[in-house]
Design a protein around this ligand. Structure first.
Ligand code: PNS
Length: 162
């Protein structure tokens, strides 16, 4: 059985993330989407809230599991017996950042690999930071996050509508 982990902050999960998850789920027998800590980012949603949103957004995918880990990705992979990391790439900025990260992970855990999926064009301008900005201004999030999680997001951020 071929399994992969798709790690990220998912603060919150976007339509672009979901597209990568759906495509990875077509390739691998099981995809574990793992909410992890990014030391460079301050969170808006708690890890538990991110997990709830991811579970709702992926409930149509039988071979996708959601998890949370606040440790090193490669430690998590060893514990879970997973050797492939999935990452999505939107642009050259993502590429530069992700290549460095992939090389660090490869150095720490040589028997693992990172596989990249290129973002579909309609999602290249979508980011969790953009979504957080829209939330701050109570703007419409339709098209940016999976439609089914709009009510949960509104409840979590304490706004009547988004
Ligand atoms: O969605 P993001 O913020 O780009 O995801 C980055 C993330 C969370 C995948 C990355 O920061 C990560 O792997 N964090 C866990 C700690 C770790 O293993 N860091 C990599 C060693 S440099």
């Amino acid at each position: 059985m071929k399994r992969a982990v798709y790690p990220g902050s998912f603060d919150p999960v976007t339509q672009g993330h979901l597209n990568i998850i759906e495509r990875a789920a077509d390739i691998f027998d099981e995809v574990v989407v793992c909410v992890m800590k990014n030391v460079d980012k301050q969170g808006l949603f708690s890890y538990g809230e991110r997990e709830v949103l991811l579970k709702k957004a992926t409930e149509h995918l039988d071979n996708v599991r959601i998890d949370i880990s606040t440790g090193l990705l490669t430690d998590y992979m060893r514990e879970e017996d997973i050797d492939t990391i999935i990452k999505g790439l939107r642009n050259s900025q993502d590429f530069q950042y992700e290549v460095d990260m992939a090389r660090i992970n490869k150095r720490i855990a040589p028997d693992t690999d990172t596989a990249f999926l290129i973002s579909d064009p309609q999602y290249t301008m979508i980011s969790s930071s953009g979504v957080r900005e829209l939330i701050a201004y109570n703007a419409d999030l339709k098209g940016f996050v999976p439609e089914c999680i709009l009510p949960e997001i509104a409840e979590m951020v304490g706004k009547d509508q988004l």
